[in-house]
Write a protein that binds this ligand. Sequence first.
Ligand code: DNO
Length: 400
Amino acid sequence: MRAAWRWFGPNDPVKLDDIRQVGADEIVTALHDVPAGIPWTPEAVAERKALIETTPSSLKPLKWTVVESIPVHDDVKRAAPGHERYVDAWIASLEALAANDIRVICYNFMPVLDWTRSDLGWQLPSGAKALRFDADAIAAFDLFILQREGAEVDWDSSTRTRAAALFADMSPAARAQLTANIIAGLPGGMTGTHTLETFRAALDLYRTIDRKLLRANLIRFLERVVPVADQLGVKLAIHPDDPPFDLFGLPRCNSIMADFDELFATVPSRSNGITFCVGSLGVRPDNDVPGLACRYADRIHFAHLRDTSRELSGSRTFHEAEHLQGGSNMVAVVDALLSEERRRAVAGDELIPFRPDHGHQMLDDLGKTVNPGYSCIGRMKGLAEIRGIEAALSYAATRG
Ligand code: DNO
């Protein structure tokens, strides 16, 4: 497997010279400063690539191989009038990347929000900090801060009761912090930052769009971009919904096996693939994550190897676990990826780039200003553990 590392560009507190030391050879990044809907130029991509790949002679080179992400403009997700120009811009970005020999593109199709958490620094018993999705806090936001019409029917009665108690106990500062965590944008997020007013307005635009329509819009988008990807040898890797269920009345259509089965059956080209994100898929007890890795093996163009733990049966609360301690069997997932790689090696296909994701904030990173989920040491620990699994399984495979 090809070890990669997400880098947010020149302002990332984790520098390229740090990344040379963590055990990764490839860089995952994007032109994060270009807003959704604006085409990336070949020159801008070349400039960023040169920044990453120009290496002092005594040091190990890094290579930019994966883009995470080209943002899909929200108008495309709604197929709003005039959205075609944003599809054209997406295609222009894809062409600019291919012109620079960057051929793996991660993207998502979640309306309005990208990944969502209630807590960005939840203290673990070890003293390290994790990201957490506390369903009670999210419900408190939905019911009492956002005061969304119809929110009551989306939360079961015990969650509503706990949410009310939680909200009553929260200080104004805690309420403001919760709001910011949910709607003010997270690192690498592909959606804008919101105030309560703009968020309500964005939700409103989805009133008539359900899961089925959203999927139809995704298919429509893919019918335009996949032929270009086919022609340029670019792999498209959709990121599963995070979390993998509807939120704030917004539909999500890439959460479970039935969603991906339909997506791949409708647009069968092998360029139409997946970012296999273990932690996102694993939030659903009905997702057999190693089973999905086997099922979609030849469409896995990129992998996010991190894991999550569901906290309470019947509730949607989860937190980011240590990379090998979550609810999915990471060893079985890596085993599935390695067996797919043996097939690819014979076929002459590219091996799978993967990155560790959402590390804990720990040790010297505690107290530092970091991109939540993207501090260095926790991710480096996750990467080391995954590389350990890979080494052990590869050795076992040579012994038969
Ligand atoms: C979070 C990331 C997501 C991901 C996008 C892909 O840490 O996994 O922001 O980059 O959803 O488009």
